[in-house]
Design a protein. Structure first.
Length: 374
């Protein structure tokens, strides 16, 4: 029986990516692009490119979130999540690069068309708000606009009605869990010492790892303090000054990190944090290879996001200084506050508390994390 081949029309490059439609979108508020300066067309084009990159970031975050939210995530599947995070980091790097193009815009040239933007603002980018929500940024951690409107209020129409942008952001708020929540759920399920959270001996296994880790951390601090007290180190005259208190502060910091109070998540948060330290400490065990790449990928991605935001602030300051933003924000001051956002706080905190490989305690049940034998 002959196979029936479905006929289709020949595809052209310009039809596939809709070149003509795309090139007709840079006119801004003018019916004719020819009425705009090259500077204004560049300004519009760069921001349209940002929105296209943001669209891709949202898709990658959604896929990673859905994977980690699965009841069971196979080790091999984590490679796709890692690949997605690396793509997002690359996209954010290219977004930061776009500010080089923006910086070819002289201040006076921008001021020629800036009045057209009032009261519009980049703060009204629904894509950026969706990205922040999907990542897991808490509403209480947001920097506010001058005068007090919320990040939702600025997405309303002039008459106070819902806009398509506001509808998208509201839909994102309702579409849980966040990427941070799904990551934490996955971390909570991570077996520590070969024992999962719902298995017999889970509490004892967790306590054993935490106890061994705290003891190893104290030994590492004592060793570091000994080096700092060696001749030629410390304060003039051999006085180590505030060093003992500094190392004691590090010890107390880790102890508090691994004993969070109930308002910070209590027992559940303790296991999540311990899982991060477990994965990063025994990262050379075969079945922890992709988990460790995943955690590193999240840190790399958020670092790229911070750099993007900070680069944005410097670009704006270079072009318009510290004047009030077109949407009523404090301008550069607001952007600098967004550069302080951190969503994956525990992953960053673990950088402070990690041990040298030589200082780490021996793992319990390492065979559990090896490759299965035939």
């Amino acid at each position: 029986m002959e196979e029936k081949i479905e006929a289709r029309t020949t595809t052209t490059y310009w039809d596939y990516i809709r070149v003509d439609e795309l090139l007709a979108l840079q006119g801004g508020l003018s019916p004719k692009e020819e009425d705009l300066s090259n500077d204004e067309v560049m300004f519009i084009t760069v921001h349209q490119v940002f929105e296209l990159w943001f669209k891709l970031i949202l898709r990658e975050f959604g896929s990673i979130r859905d994977l980690l939210a699965s009841e069971r995530v196979a080790e091999g599947e984590l490679s796709e999540a890692v690949r997605g995070l690396r793509r997002v980091s690359t996209l954010l790097g290219r977004c930061a690069d776009h500010f080089l193009v923006m910086e070819t815009l002289p201040t006076r040239a921008y001021l020629e068309f800036r009045d057209k933007l009032f009261p519009a603002s980049g703060f009204q980018s629904a894509h950026m708000r969706q990205i922040e929500i999907l990542m897991g940024l808490e509403t209480g951690d947001r920097a506010g606009l001058k005068g007090g409107p919320s990040f939702l209020d600025v997405l309303r129409t002039e008459t106070g009605e819902d806009s398509p942008s506001l509808a998208r952001v509201k839909a994102q708020l309702a579409d849980g869990p966040s990427l941070r929540e799904s990551l934490e759920d996955w971390l909570f399920r991570t077996p520590i010492g070969g024992v999962g959270p719902d298995e017999e001996g889970a509490s004892a296994s967790l306590d054993a790892f935490v106890g061994d880790y705290l003891a190893a951390h104290v030994r590492q601090l004592e060793r570091a303090q000994g080096f700092a007290r060696a001749p030629g180190h410390g304060e003039p005259g051999g006085d180590t000054g505030p060093l003992p208190e500094a190392y004691e502060k590090e010890r107390r910091s880790l102890a508090a990190f691994l004993s969070p109070p109930e308002e910070e998540g209590g027992v559940r948060r303790r296991r999540i944090r311990a899982a991060i330290l477990f994965i990063t400490t025994y990262r050379d065990l075969p079945l922890l290879a992709w988990p460790r790449e995943l955690l590193d990928g999240f840190v790399e991605m958020e670092q790229a996001f911070v750099i993007f935001r900070q680069r944005h602030a410097r670009m704006v300051e270079r072009i318009i200084g510290r004047r009030t933003g077109t949407g009523g924000s404090s301008g550069v001051e607001y952007l600098e506050k967004t550069g302080e956002y951190r969503v994956f706080l525990d992953l960053w905190a673990c950088r402070t508390h990690q041990l040298a490989k030589s200082a780490a305690p021996a793992p319990e049940n390492p065979a559990y994390y090896g490759f299965a034998s035939e």
